[in-house]
Write a protein that binds this ligand. Sequence first.
Ligand SMILES: [Zn+2]
Length: 429
Amino acid sequence: MTTYRATALDTPDDPLTGGVLRCEEDAGIRVVDGIIRSRGGFRDVLAEHPDDEVVDLRRGVLIPGLIDTHVHYPQVRVIGALGMPLLDWLERAALPEEARLADPAYAAEVAGEFVSGLVAAGTTTALVFGSHFGPAVDALFTEVTRLGLRVTSGLVVSDRVLRPKLLTTAARAYDEGRALAERWHGVGRTRYAVTPRFSLSSSDALLESCAALAKDVEGAWFTSHLNENLAEIARVAEQFEGSVDYLDTYDRHGLVGERSVFAHDVHVSDRELTLLASQRASVAHCPTSNSALGSGPFPLRRHVEHGVTVALGSDVGAGTGFSLLKEGLQAYFMQQLLGPEGLPLTSAHLLHLATRAGAEALGLGEEVGDLSVGRAFDAVWLRPVAGSTLETVLRHAQSPDDALAKIFALGTPADTAGVWVAGRQVLGG
Ligand SMILES: [Zn+2]
């Protein structure tokens, strides 16, 4: 039995629909078997359970574990390849590196680097784009189950357009995916995600085999890319004659549903937004990637007005790092730059996008996303580096919302002092 003493910040209610930041300045959060069993003022909680071990996290703040809804495991080593639009960046930076994961020893090293990057940034739950190679996906799942992270991932499949080494067939995609799902789906906190890279590199036959796999693996997730870049969208339209739009290339195989998460969706039609909302599919917004590749500004207001769930993704390696604090700040910047079309975001919105919204997008809203009683204790202790500007400005914060804004403005993985997943400390301590 452990009681954590901290300034706790979270967003159980969506600030886009009237919720506010919840701040408890001297909270006691009591954790039994990894689950938050009670919380309240620290002295009240301790008075009821005087024999608990007390973990003092009062310097800094405690927030829910961060949730990254779109991140590529094989791309950790190519972060920072700037100056190219999507299709050039894939050809020159991402895909040559992804091909190297054919070597299982290389993949195991990358898996270690990737998982370290997630944890260091305070990410405890992620929907991860896996590798084109089965043994490399095994390496990822091996590494995440060692730490107990909540990771949903799978074999990335393509059967055209990409370099030959990365291609498969519809039948092989099904068989290899099925075998991986049998090994990993539901093991620890991992789940399987059926993952065609994007329609551009997928035939209808491949997407049909993805649909069959998603149906045959009970509770499997589905993820892919959607409407990222104008040149990409034009090529998809050429390749799928008769498709209404990009989303239709997935929808005609039944791949748009409540367990579907689509990354980017920068250039989206109202028809697509209506379909995403009615099917309860979610969108991963990846603001540093959209900025780095010049993909365009994300129409957050239109997604919200249509009722589409949006959460944050780092999109490493087109995104510029694992930090969801940085993604939150960049999301804020982009909405500011959109002027009247933008949706002005507060620090509470940013925290919600990085935590609670991600949990809902991934169907984990009962388990994680905030620090309420009944949730697993997935948490990040942010304690500013001594002498840092963040430490200075936090000392002068006017309110909890102001303190949180300063954390998004200045916080980095260097400020992550502790990370817990289901009550087990995986960083710090
Ligand atoms: Zn991506």
